[in-house]
Design a protein around this ligand. Structure first.
Ligand SMILES: [Zn+2]
Length: 410
């Protein structure tokens, strides 16, 4: 617990750390509405209770804790992040923002700050899309960015719908959807998050301010060929979907490199999946991100063309379907300027960085002024058990977030 600074950060961090951690891999499996997630929800409620903060769950399963001083009124300052994880995710992606939010409030209270506006700490549900496949689901539902009826029918890998999972956790799935009352009470949102790259390390800074989020999306590629015997089918007679799939993987790397963008095929399934058979079908998922929409469209087009050319050459059918898309986000310039000024006034050096990763703050940005703080990640590794932030940098993040809340809620 040492090194985290003089706030409640260390204690809170240590109590959250064991929840949902897989003993074999050391990674986190905090999927929405599973036992691990329910334990995280209890942890959140208890962190709020320890601070005398009113806690609630909204109709979309997002968690809220409110700090309201006797004199606070007007629109709230929202901070926080998420507690769910990708499969075998790291400890910091999401939880760092939630723990830092509570710790920043501890720090402000310790120095006698009384907020003129309410301060809300939120933990958004299903940010990673780790169970139901749609990233930032909780904030999308809250803001009306996704259709509630379709969301309720989203299924996990076992065929359980979001509606069923919510009902199992004691929530009413009939209630999901935009919450204008809640949204209209929020004046600004600031999410603190571990950096998912190593730019801050290169700049020698512990914290940074996000400039915006690259447009990004997920495409599903379905290659359909013909299953056959690996030992008896002549090469000329094969319709092997693995070959155009491989061409798509290689083109994704090539196109990303030439476009100054990012493209990744990180998930693939093959049917029937036998070591001694040609596959009948291969399904792969392309994740693509670029500095702007034009570059993204161009890059995905190149990858799709390469897949189609290679599929034609092998007598394989190919289908390409966009599963999700997030347009570019520019965080509110005026809010960013206030963050920069508040940090600068305290001698905190905070460079401005773009990011290719989606966040709840990016979804909220469509409806209200939103901004993000990043905390240095020495290796840049994220979505992995190796993700890390130094205790001193976590403390610097808490101090920076406290300065920002003081500026916005003062
Ligand atoms: Zn995250």
């Amino acid at each position: 617990m040492t090194g985290f600074g003089e706030t409640g950060f260390g204690e809170l961090w240590e109590t959250l750390l064991p929840l949902g951690r897989d003993p074999e891999t050391g990674g986190y499996r905090r999927y929405s509405y599973t036992d691990a997630d329910l334990a995280c929800r209890e942890w959140f409620a208890s962190a709020a209770a320890q601070r005398g903060m009113r806690a609630s769950t909204d109709r979309n399963g997002n968690l809220w804790a409110w700090w309201e001083g006797p004199g606070s009124s007007g629109k709230a300052v929202l901070t926080g992040s998420h507690l769910d994880s990708v499969p075998d995710g790291g400890a910091y992606d999401g939880p760092l923002g939630v723990v830092s939010a509570f710790a920043a409030i501890d720090q402000l209270r310790a120095r006698g700050f009384a907020p003129a506006r309410p301060v809300a700490v939120a933990a958004f549900c299903e940010e990673e899309g780790g169970r139901f496949g749609l990233a930032c689901l909780g904030s999308r539902l809250l803001t009306g960015a996704t259709d509630p009826a379709a969301a309720g029918e989203l299924r996990d890998g076992d065929g359980v719908t979001l509606a069923e999972a919510m009902a199992g956790a004691g929530l009413d799935p009939q209630e999901i959807g935009p919450d204008e009352d809640l949204l209209s009470g929020i004046g600004a949102a600031v999410e603190l998050h571990i950096e998912q790259g190593s730019a801050l390390g290169g700049l020698g800074a512990a914290v940074g301010i996000a400039e915006g989020i690259w447009p990004h999306g997920r495409w599903r590629l379905d290659f359909t060929g013909r299953a056959d015997h690996a030992g008896t089918t002549r090469l000329a007679d094969r319709r092997d979907p693995m070959l155009p799939y491989a061409a798509a993987v290689l083109e994704a790397r090539q196109a990303a490199s030439s476009c100054g963008a990012l493209a990744t095929i990180g998930k693939v399934t093959a049917e029937p999946g036998a070591a001694n058979a040609i596959s009948s079908s291969v399904r792969a998922w392309l994740d693509a991100r670029a500095p702007d929409q034009g570059v993204l469209d161009h890059m995905v087009g190149q990858i799709e063309s390469a897949a189609r050319r290679a599929a034609d050459a092998q007598g394989v059918e190919v289908g390409v379907r966009r599963e999700s898309f997030t347009p570019p986000v520019e965080f509110d310039p005026a809010l960013r300027a206030r963050l920069a000024a508040a940090l600068d006034a305290r001698g905190i050096v905070a460079p401005v960085l773009p990011t290719g990763a989606g966040h709840d703050a990016g979804v909220l940005a469509a409806r209200l002024p939103a901004a993000m703080l990043f905390v240095r990640n020495p290796s840049g590794v994220s979505h992995s058990p190796a993700e890390h932030a130094e205790p001193g940098d976590c403390a610097a993040g808490v101090t920076a977030l406290a300065a920002v809340i003081e500026e916005l809620a003062g």
